[in-house]
Design a protein around this ligand. Structure first.
Ligand SMILES: [Zn+2]
Length: 334
């Protein structure tokens, strides 16, 4: 394997952007009337950055250089401004809570391109906040392993905490007898991790709709994650998912509340529960790539979680996700 291409690994046959390559794509998108928000620092002091746009009325976006590094401020009318446009609905896109699940970042970038390109029917004045890399220490570790050609299991942040179990709603510490189990490392307390707090900071006050992009299994999950209850939350999320799948079917994708994934399954402290009563979906993208990357990569978890053709997966599920955004933000009348 050759090294040294810092922007994209496409020519190495990976088909995925590297960390720097993904940042480059995001930089291009931010130049289209977006702003950058500094929302925190990782456990190893890497900056965590979100980006934000107001769609539909770029000339009066109300976002400007003064808003850089001040999350939240751009959602409020500014003092002294006249005829300030009403804030529209707020879409929050999130990926790489689990740092190996790079298909989430590719789908995230494709959705941003479609949003900024006017290919998703959202109400004028819609605010889009994007947190492309919620776990930069994790993704740096994943990339280092990839470049070294070394199989590596990465699910947590630098302290080994699974951020997908660290959010404050329905948080639960893990009983000692389950210490061996690698899928539940919730951390010492609710929102104990700086990355978790950065996600909450980026989301601001009550986003209208949250999409957190993961891999794998082709599921569209929604709250509650910690119980099998079927309540009004489940019903309203289920209606959005059902309608989106009917209007724009994605072959193989199903929807369910995460707490009903399996009879034995509960997830405490997930990011989707944290945003209630907003609508929030955790999308398990693709069936990963087990056995599809060749023998040499058979036992590397990165290649188990990520399919060899991210653009093919976007062709499959992109229309459904675009429809969830349209319905969830109250635009795109049928
Ligand atoms: Zn995940």
């Amino acid at each position: 394997m050759t090294r040294g291409d810092d922007t994209t690994w496409t020519r190495l046959g990976l088909g995925y952007h590297s960390n720097a390559g993904a940042r480059g794509v995001l930089d291009e998108l931010v130049r289209r009337n977006g702003v950058r928000l500094h929302v925190g620092e990782s456990a190893l002091n890497r900056p965590i950055e979100a980006c934000r746009w107001r769609l539909g009325d770029p000339a009066e976006s109300g976002l400007g250089a003064a808003d850089e590094k001040r999350p939240g401020v751009s959602l409020r009318p500014q003092a002294g401004a006249t005829a300030e446009p009403q804030p529209g609905p707020h879409l929050f896109l999130l990926s790489l809570i689990h740092p190996m699940e790079w298909i989430g970042r590719e789908i995230h970038l494709a959705l941003l391109g479609d949003l900024l390109g006017g290919r998703i029917a959202v109400p004028p004045g819609t605010i889009v906040t994007s947190l492309l890399d919620a776990n930069p220490d994790g993704t740096a570790r994943v990339e280092a392993a990839l470049r070294a050609g070394r199989p590596s299991w990465n699910r947590g942040n630098a302290r080994g905490v699974d951020l997908n179990r660290n959010f404050p709603t329905a948080f639960r510490t893990r009983p000692r007898w389950i210490d061996f189990w690698p899928m539940w490392r919730p951390g010492p307390g609710p929102a104990s991790e700086p990355e978790t707090r950065a996600v909450l900071e980026a989301a601001g006050d009550r986003p209208t709709l949250v999409l957190s992009l993961h891999s794998f299994g082709r599921w569209i999950f929604y709250p509650p994650s910690h119980s099998r209850a079927i309540d009004a939350t489940v019903e309203s999320h289920g209606e959005i998912a059902e309608r989106a799948l009917q209007d724009a079917p994605a072959r193989g994708y199903r929807h369910r509340s995460l707490g009903r994934y399996a009879w034995w399954f509960r997830a405490y402290g997930t990011e989707i529960d944290a945003f209630l009563p907003s609508h929030s979906f955790l999308v398990e993208l693709s069936w990963g790539g087990f056995g599809r990357w060749g023998l040499r990569r058979l036992l590397d978890p990165f290649f188990t979680f990520n399919p060899p053709d991210p653009s093919g997966e976007y062709e499959r599920v992109g229309p459904t996700l675009r429809r969830i955004i349209e319905i969830g933000l109250g635009g795109g009348a049928t």
